[in-house]
Design a protein around this ligand. Sequence first.
Ligand code: ADP
Length: 499
Amino acid sequence: MADRVRRKLRVLFATAEAVPFVKTGGLGDVSGSLPRALRKAGCKVNVILPKYGSIPQKFVDQMKHVADFYVPLSWRNCYCGVEKLTYMGTDYYFIDNEGYFKRDAPYGYFDDGERFAFFSKAVTESLQQVPELECDVLHCNDWQTALAPVFLREFYKEAPWYDTTKTVFTIHNVKFQGQYSEDLLHDVLGLDLTPAASQLRMVDSHGNRSINYMKAACLYSDTISTVSPTYAKELQTPFFGEGLDYIFRERSWCLHGILNGIDTEEFDPATDEGIAAKFTAETLDAKAENKRALQEELGLNVDPTRPLVAMVGRLTSQKGMGLVTYAMDRLMSRGVQVAILGTGDSDIEDSLRYFDWKYNNQMRAIIAFDNNLAHRMYAGADIFLMPSEFEPCGLSQMIAMRYGTLPVVRETGGLMDSVEAYNQYTGEGTGFRFANINGDEMADVLLNACEVFWTQPEVWRHLQENAMAEDFSWHKAANDYLDMYHELHPEVIRYNVKR
Ligand code: ADP
């Protein structure tokens, strides 16, 4: 091995979302906070993402043109501009191609497979064309960037940086793999793999002759990670692995599970300007004003004695919405208030609208994506319900805990790793947990939590204090990511003394 040197590793973080530019879920939060935390932990990070039409104009106005070139995509050469913006000390690079990205939403188009193949190729081409983007680690996230490690290994063998650029692929949700017609392999991706190689690496996704971007990334990347230790184990089982479990078992030696953090500055009840009354663990009584304001805003009965249960998130079966609709009548009959903010599958949206109508001043469904209201709900609710069938990490339960809102969660993925179950004998814990995908079991545990709320206010207060004392900052996760990067570069000694 060459002489070891002490220096900062250079990381290029490729993602389809990053707060404050674009967010549809947890990936946006993670990509907004992790790079900053990595910088603090001691490495150099650039973030690269598409320049969507939906990025607020105030950011677009600040972007500076850095480079433009053509990206080869099979038989075509596609225009690619690179624009740069420094935000809170981190450099963001935006891939500009109006045909692909100047649209109202980030995803949901017939040509998403082609759009993100282009984005991934633009990322690898940027390594070649834009010297300031050269890196030691190319860190890709989810299916939208999954082809970058593939392109890097298939098309850039002659590049001077080929051997020294290592790739990391992080799975934020294995449910979304990016599966498209195998015609794309040649016609768009321009990959002429031998039949045996393509069979192994991309084609024949679950036996149906489609190509699978995430499967390819899991095989091509130098190392893999996912967003909680429990999900890293779950991925290796058929129930959770979504057809890729055998790959996760084969590559378990390089599969890391690193629990996400949250942006503790954005989500801070002590400084949050958007909530009715700021509070800390020492001034928890002020939380009551947030509950009153939320009940009033949502048209629920203004009553401090009613436990107010909130949910914020995508309305899909993943989030256990079937259990919620199953148990709703029972919860309502016990006098619980429920407020749900989210968008998602139309059948779930419709059933929530029905309950909203049926239990007019006891149940509210807000079918919208509203970040400001989300803050008011985290601050005003007593209980945060997250009965997910699977949950790679989950951020909402951590945000809720930070606002002293106790989570009721199913024991899966990151929910398992972040919520300590209430122990009635010791009085300790940070929330409540149930084990099975079962609506009655969920309602039992939720109503048990309400019982504690009603009958043991001191215990409830203690659990709130415990929850608020949890450290969900990115500090630990950033150090774990840095360790993982350094495993790929043993010749580089860590720049910062750890922790
Ligand atoms: P996901 O599976 O969607 O990534 P996470 O719990 O990891 O779930 O992250 C969801 C993030 O998106 C949280 O910050 C949550 O507050 C936010 N969020 C989800 N749905 C909505 C909505 N309808 N309005 C506002 N914020 C939302």
